[in-house]
Structures are given as structure tokens and as C-alpha cells.
Design a protein around this ligand. Structure first.
Ligand SMILES: Cc1cc2nc3c(=O)[nH]c(=O)nc-3n(C[C@H](O)[C@H](O)[C@H](O)COP(=O)(O)OP(=O)(O)OC[C@H]3O[C@@H](n4cnc5c(N)ncnc54)[C@H](O)[C@@H]3O)c2cc1C
Length: 365
């Protein structure tokens, strides 16, 4: 089957590699001039690593990452974990995003990735799909997968009126800095006052990643560093997090990444006969869950399993959509519960409920 995948992000590349495994002739169309990754590190859960094991790169990914054994802290540094959950529910692998995407691109085959190619839409026929690009002839495919993120052009053509919307006031600041004498076990994740979350964690290469996530942030004022510092004060009480404040203060303005978080509305459908959405294009949610990429990788595994051995994709896509929409509906419930958790104790309880549910119900593909 000739399959075109739009987007060479984490999920598009994983999907391309997964579909190659079952014999698809894949082409990835990416509008950026290079395979890139926004952000420094991503936390991956065992359900994501299982798909990488299938692709034969699980050990390489584990090797490039660091295991994080997370605690939830209150603003004075008191550690919390919910009772009754296995310790593995707090453990994930922190992996450098650029290295991971490079490894995935190599696994797909660089000759199968067409960079600098902006997809504008598609025309679906009974027997094939034409994929339109901004300059050059359309590509013809049996199957089109939109892995083009929250601002997906494939989604815009498939589900008109489904533009991503701002998660009002939800902003994230993050950066990588050289590790110093901060506590090596890190402070991920502190739940502060005024709906602020954040902390830092040591990652590979002598680096430390810090981040601050603010719900209900007011109108932005001042520079990025100033804004991050202002919110970070909500994470600090009685000297806890002096080192976070110092880290932020010492980060060059241009090294700080600031995002307004966008949400993909709940879609009425994700697929038609020959077109499917995957990853953030289908279900981009707020990063306070820290599972969006992991669930996109799960999507790829389910799509692979459903398409395996199929010559007509339509029925496989219906099965894929049914399974994944139901799972993401449940994730939306967890997302709301965690967003509105009141303090570290409640957050720990609700996060453990999410990770426990996610790991115990992960599809066996
Ligand atoms: C601050 C933050 C922290 C997060 N932390 C975690 C975490 O710890 N764990 C976790 O699992 N998830 C995390 N997530 C979520 C995770 O980053 C996303 O779910 C994941 O990166 C989505 O990958 P994707 O491939 O679907 O989309 P993207 O990474 O957005 O990739 C889309 C690709 O499509 C390309 N593209 C877009 N439009 C077109 C077009 N028209 N034509 C051609 N190419 C196009 C883009 O250039 C891009 O390369 C976090 C998110 C944020 C914002």
C-alpha cells in the first residue's frame, strides 16, 4: 500500500516506521527544511517504548534517555505520592527530542522523507487520494495520514471548522541549562499556588531542564524570563525552589521557549475511507498531562495493527478510530480532573489515576 504521511514530528515519523514494518511504501511530507523537534526533552512511558521495541529501536531510545522517578511537591517542598499505586506509575523515561526524531527519521529512511513540502489539502477518490502541496504536483496515495500537529492542514480539510483553540491563559516556559549544584533528584513536579506547576529535572549531557506551567496567566507583560520568574514565585515557599528561580534568572532570554497552549476540539470523526488523523492532529491536549506524545505513539501501534494484512484500508480505519476516540475521551476526563486538582495531594492522586489507567489499559499491539 502506498501511504503518504504528513508531518515528520514524533508521531508522523513513528507512524511511518510502524507502517513500513507491515510493508507499506511510505513517504513523509514535511514542510520544515529539516527534521526538527520543538522543545528539549520528552517524558515517554512504557506503552510508547513498546512500539519502539517493535521497531527495533527500543534499546537505543532507552540508552539515550534518563529514568525519572517523579514525586509531586507542594510549594514548600513536601513530597507527595498517592497511596495504593505501584511505584512504576511514577516512572518514565526522559528522552532528548532532537535525538529521538533523528533516530526515528533514520529508521524510516531519509530518502522517504520529503522536506520543504507544505501540504495544503487533499482530494479523496474511491480508489486513491491526491495529496496537494503548495508548489509542485500532487502526490497519489492509497492512504493519507495527517500527523501534522495541532494546526493540522489535513484536519482542516477532513473536518472543516475544527481549528485549534487557545487554552485560555495556559502558558508554558521551559529551557535547558548546564547542571549546577541544584538537588540532583530534581523537583518535578511542584504544584504551587495560583494554579502554577513546574520544577526541574536533570537530563543527559550534564544539562538540567526547567519548566513552569501556568493556568489562568494574565496578559503577558515584560520579557519571557521575567514572565517565567513571576509565575515561578508561586512554586516557592520557605526557600524551596530558590535554585529554580536562580536557574531561570541565569537563563538567556533567547534560550527560553514560551508556548501558548492550543487545544484540538473533540472531533466528530478522525477518518474517512482513505484518510486518518493521528497524534496531536487528532487530539492535541494540554501538556500538564505529559502523555500526548506517548498516546500518539500508541495511535501508531494501533493503526499498524489494524492495517496489518488489509488491502482495503476503510474498515481498518474505522476500527482504529473507534478504539482511539474512546481512549482519548477518557484522557480528556483525566485532563480536566488533573487541571483542576487543588494542591499537590490531589494532583498526586489524580495523576496516579491517569498513569495507572493508561498503563493498565494500553493496547496490546
Ligand atoms: C511543553 C510541552 C511538554 C510536553 N511534554 C510531554 C511529555 O513529557 N510526554 C509526552 O508524551 N508528551 C508531551 N507533550 C506532548 C507532545 O509534545 C506532543 O503530543 C507530540 O510532540 C505531538 O507530536 P506530533 O508528531 O503529533 O505533532 P508535532 O510534533 O507538532 O509534529 C507535526 C509536524 O507536522 C509538520 N507540519 C505541520 N503542518 C504541515 C503541513 N501542512 N505540511 C507538511 N508538514 C506539516 C510540522 O512541521 C511538524 O514537524 C508535551 C507538549 C508540550 C507543549
Amino acid at each position: 500500500m502506498r501511504t503518504v504521511i504528513v508531518g515528520a514530528g514524533l508521531v508522523g515519523l513513528t507512524t511511518a516506521a510502524s507502517l513500513r514494518l507491515i510493508g507499506h511504501d511510505v513517504t513523509v511530507l514535511e514542510h520544515a527544511p529539516e527534521v526538527r523537534a520543538v522543545g528539549a526533552e520528552i517524558g515517554l512511558w512504557p506503552n510508547a517504548l513498546r512500539e519502539f521495541d517493535k521497531l527495533g529501536i527500543g534499546d537505543a531510545v532507552r540508552h539515550m534517555g534518563d529514568t525519572v522517578d517523579a514525586w509531586f511537591f507542594d510549594a514548600a517542598g513536601k513530597p507527595e505520592r498517592a497511596d495504593g499505586y505501584d511505584p512504576s506509575r511514577y516512572r518514565f523515561l526522559m528522552v532528548p527530542r532532537p535525538g529521538l526524531n533523528t533516530l526515528l527519521a533514520e529508521t524510516v529512511g531519509l530518502e522517504r522523507i520529503r522536506l520543504g513540502t507544505h501540504v495544503t489539502g487533499f482530494t479523496e477518490h474511491d480508489t486513491h487520494v491526491e495529496v496537494h502541496v503548495s508548489d509542485g504536483p500532487s502526490s497519489r496515495a492509497d492512504l493519507l495520514i495527517g500527523a501534522d500537529g495541532v494546526y493540522s492542514d489535513v484536519r482542516a480539510a477532513l473536518v472543516p471548522g475544527s481549528s485549534a483553540v487557545e487554552h485560555e491563559g495556559n502558558r508554558v516556559w521551559r529551557a535547558m541549562v548546564p547542571s549546577g549544584d541544584e538537588r540532583p533528584e530534581g523537583t518535578a513536579l511542584t504544584i504551587g499556588s495560583n494554579r502554577t506547576r513546574g520544577g526541574y529535572t536533570r537530563v543527559a549531557g550534564g544539562q538540567t531542564m526547567w519548566w513552569v506551567n501556568q493556568f489562568n496567566a494574565g496578559a503577558p507583560a515584560g520579557g519571557k524570563r521575567e514572565r517565567a520568574l513571576r509565575q515561578a514565585r508561586n512554586l516557592a515557599k520557605d526557600g524551596w525552589h530558590d535554585e529554580l528561580a536562580a536557574m531561570i534568572a541565569a537563563t538567556p532570554e533567547e534560550a527560553i521557549l514560551e508556548n501558548q497552549i492550543m487545544l484540538v476540539p473533540r472531533l466528530p470523526y478522525w477518518t474517512t475511507g482513505r484518510v486518518a488523523l493521528i497524534g496531536d492532529a487528532a487530539h492535541g491536549l494540554s501538556p500538564h498531562l505529559a502523555v500526548g506524545g506517548t498516546l500518539g505513539i500508541e495511535d501508531a501501534g494501533v493503526l499498524r495493527a489494524e492495517l496489518d494484512g488489509e488491502t482495503d484500508p476503510a474498515e481498518a480505519l474505522v476500527r482504529y478510530e473507534t478504539a482511539r476516540r474512546a481512549r482519548m475521551d477518557k484522557v480528556r476526563e483525566h485532563s480536566d480532573a488533573i487541571e483542576y486538582a487543588d494542591g499537590a495531594v490531589e494532583n498526586a492522586e489524580r495523576f496516579a489515576a491517569l498513569s495507572d489507567w493508561m498503563l493498565t489499559t494500553a493496547p496490546a499491539t
